[in-house]
Design a protein around this ligand. Structure first.
Ligand code: ME8
Length: 715
């Protein structure tokens, strides 16, 4: 959303063909794809470049190891990346290979320009060379005589090489970064680069003698040398689009975004701008450095052997659930942990419960009550809201409908704004909130009753389902960039031919086709296999041995019953009467950035305004339960005082979303905890605070209070 109705050119790093694609690579490519699709949604012309980095020592070594020529190796491995992206629905416009003849010629042209301008000189150089990092280090940079990056041994080498006068651009670069505060994102990465630039900048060695490394692009001014692989690689972003224009005539270069992992920030933030300056090219607009996917707290990489194969994840959980998880789980800029259990949790709660259920409820009700046909309801339209005016009945569009309509519109602007700020995980959460609001709306309206109330009931049923469907349609359209295949299916079920025809405006739905009579968009997955146990000999993770649905994955020693319980602090956002149960309230709880609907039997004990805004403690991982037609996701902890009045346990100053733990018990929360399992860890009051046996419950801010006498049960 950088330049609405404009153009958008985005790149990923080109990946080394010494590795097979793992989820780190998949993440950058999927992120680029999602951003591209959001820009398409906003009407921009887009161009998305990815590819493979095929020269240099690492690739030569990988080929040697397999006993094939470097080119044969590259041909075999490049295709793995290309095919992985196709399978993960990553819609790139061009896949560049640095062995493409056009790229080789382009790099030689750029080096000729620099040579002719006197920006490259030759020098006899002696230094410590690291094969792993493919670069020289100065004596001072070594740590314990070893390569400071990889810790591997270095060799002393003396040779003639070519150098680019990078140092002469130091002041210019500092000024440029200061003048363009959003050139390097996020901000703390810019500060890192500025810190680096406070040291004197060296000239850059841009050559390797063929006697040592022959696999590269021959220097146009000395046939005994090849170009340093990073100089070759960085120019891909321009060679791929040389002379190319968007429809309308605007040049594709400069790039709007170069996406990269934080491991390659210096090459992109220092080498690349100075090389561009040297050839008088315009600068890219933004470099966006994201964090690492960690597995068992270590960076996922071939060297550490802890890689997760994205295609195996796709095969087990489906491409869209996998894409959703990556985008939802990583806050841009920060590291994130990958685990299959977390993926399953997201799939079951966000996708199966919220997204999938919302849709299938509407379809089922429309099928039974309305023959799968919905008539759009507009304020003015025929059969509009006032057909009940004469009878004095409530109009078809009341406060709830207006509220849903407004929520949908607010979600469109907030989610798109967050995409613009690159806060994709938060944008996605906004849309999920809208979908949860639709589910709540359906619960409150209880449309299953309307189907039984004759013609007038039918008109009302139509109005309710139309509002719910229209809000969902907007939600699905917003989620389409993240889950293109599933959202296409979901929109088709609502009678919409293609996401391209679905605008973000309320009321845009013409409801032409009939609705589908039922669809299971995201079936629940019962268990997650333990990824770490599935690492094959080649360092990749094979598809889980367990097919989803198998029970009993772990064989860990018997855990304390409380360790399975996940308690969290939540804040009550709203309180409503349960439509079908006199003793229950339907509460909307905010837990950090998430909201959930929970039913609580507090109606006899507390007035709505006593609960509104209150902080409570909830059982966060309780299996969702349908309580008389309302799905309740969690349970509030409360204890009875001497007068028989129930009071929710009070977490004091803790923030909503904070964990509540029992002192001395390491949490190992179990997904979908049953009530029986929860009851195996009885909680009781002691001196006005809550305890599990001899373990006191606490948050990082303090203890949990309870208004009840000693030994009172808390549940
Ligand atoms: O560096 N978490 O290629 P590369 C998140 N050829 N992202 C990860 C990751 C992880 N654990 N591991 C890798 C190169 N990545 C050069 C780039 S560009 C002109 C040349 C992603 O195959 C991330 O985007 O080592 C990182 O920058 C990229 O893969 C590195 O891929």
């Amino acid at each position: 959303m950088q330049k609405p109705q404009g153009t958008f050119y985005i790149t990923t790093p080109i990946y080394y063909v010494n590795d097979t694609p793992h989820i780190g690579h998949a993440y950058t490519s999927i992120l680029a794809d999602v951003l591209t699709r959001f820009h398409k949604l906003a009407g921009d012309e887009t161009f998305f470049l990815t590819g493979t980095d095929e020269h240099g020592q690492k690739v030569q070594q990988a080929a040697d190891k397999r006993g094939v020529t470097p080119k044969e190796h590259c041909d075999a491995y490049s295709v793995r990346f290309r095919e992985a992206w196709t399978q993960l629905n990553v819609g790139f416009d061009k896949f560049i290979r640095t062995t493409d003849p056009e790229h080789i010629r382009y790099v030689q042209d750029m080096l000729t320009i620099m040579w002719d301008k006197g920006l490259i000189y030759e020098k006899e150089y002696e230094g410590w060379y690291s094969v792993g990092e493919e670069r020289f280090f100065t004596e001072k940079e070594l740590v314990d005589g070893k390569d400071p990056v990889s810790g591997r041994p270095v060799e002393k080498i003396r040779e003639k090489n070519y150098f680019f006068k990078m140092s002469s651009y130091q002041d210019w670069l500092i000024q440029y970064i200061e003048d363009h505060p959003d050139f390097i994102l996020p901000e703390f990465r810019r500060n890192e680069v500025m810190g680096f630039l406070r040291q004197p900048l060296n000239d850059l060695c841009i050559s390797r003698p063929k006697s040592r490394l022959a696999w590269g692009i021959t220097l146009p001014f000395d046939a005994d040398y090849v170009a340093y692989v990073w100089v070759d690689a960085l120019f891909n972003y321009r060679s791929a689009v040389a002379g190319q224009e968007f429809p309308g005539g605007k040049s594709v270069w400069p790039a709007d975004f170069h996406l990269l992992g934080k491991d390659i920030l210096t090459t992109h933030a220092v080498y690349w701008p100075t090389l561009l300056k040297a050839v008088d090219a315009p600068m890219p607009r933004h470099l966006l450095a994201h964090g690492w996917w960690l597995f068992d707290n270590a960076r996922m990489s071939k060297t550490t052997g802890n890689v997760v194969n994205p295609l195996a994840m796709k095969d087990i959980y489906g491409v869209d659930a996998f894409r959703y998880f990556l985008i939802r789980e990583m806050v841009l800029g920060q590291d994130a942990s990958f685990s299959e259990a977390a993926l399953v949790q997201r799939l079951n709660s966000d996708l199966a419960n919220d997204v999938g259920n919302g849709l299938s409820r509407i379809l089922k009700l429309a099928a039974t009550g309305l023959g799968s046909r919905l008539t759009p309801i507009t304020a003015q339209g025929p059969g509009g809201p006032n057909i009940f005016a004469a009878t004095g009945d409530a109009p078809l569009i009341g406060d709830d409908e207006i509220h849903l309509h407004r929520t949908a519109e607010a979600t469109v602007s907030s989610a798109l704004e967050k995409v613009r700020q690159l806060k994709l995980s938060f944008a996605v959460e906004d849309v999920l909130q809208l979908i949860r609001a639709v589910n709540r709306y359906l619960e409150i309206k209880a449309p299953w009753k309307l189907a039984k109330e004759g013609e007038a009931g039918k008109a009302r049923l139509n109005a309710v389902l139309y509002h719910a469907a229209e809000a969902l349609r907007i939600g699905f359209t917003l989620l389409h960039p993240v889950m293109p295949a599933k959202m296409e299916e979901a929109l088709a079920a609502l009678g919409i031919g293609s996401a391209r025809d679905s605008s973000l405006n309320w009321g845009a739905w013409a409801a032409e086709g009939p609705l589908s009579s039922g669809i299971s968009l995201f079936p629940r997955v019962e268990t997650a296999a333990k990824t770490g146990d599935k690492t094959g000999g080649d360092g990749t993770v094979s598809p889980s041995g367990q097919s989803p649905g198998n029970k009993g994955v772990t064989s860990a020693p018997k855990a304390d019953p409380f360790s399975l319980v996940h308690l969290k602090v939540a804040q009550v956002e709203s309180v409503a009467d349960h439509p079908n149960a006199d003793a229950l309230y339907v509460l909307e709880l905010r837990i950090g950035e998430e909201t959930r609907t929970v039913c609580a039997g507090l109606k006899k004990h507390l007035a709505k305004d006593e609960l509104q805004g209150r902080k409570v403690v909830m059982v966060y991982n309780l299996k969702p339960a349908n309580l008389r037609g309302v799905e309740s996701r969690g349970m509030i902890l409360a204890a009875q005082d001497a007068a028989g009045k129930l009071w929710p346990a009070d977490p004091g100053d803790a923030q909503s979303g904070a964990d509540v733990t029992a002192e001395g018990i390491a949490p190992q929360p179990k997904m979908d905890l049953t009530l029986k399992e929860f009851e195996k860890a009885p909680l009781r009051v002691k001196s006005g605070t809550v305890w599990y046996r001899e373990h006191q419950l606490r948050t990082s801010q303090g203890v949990v209070l309870a208004k009840a006498e000693d030994a009172a049960e808390v549940r």
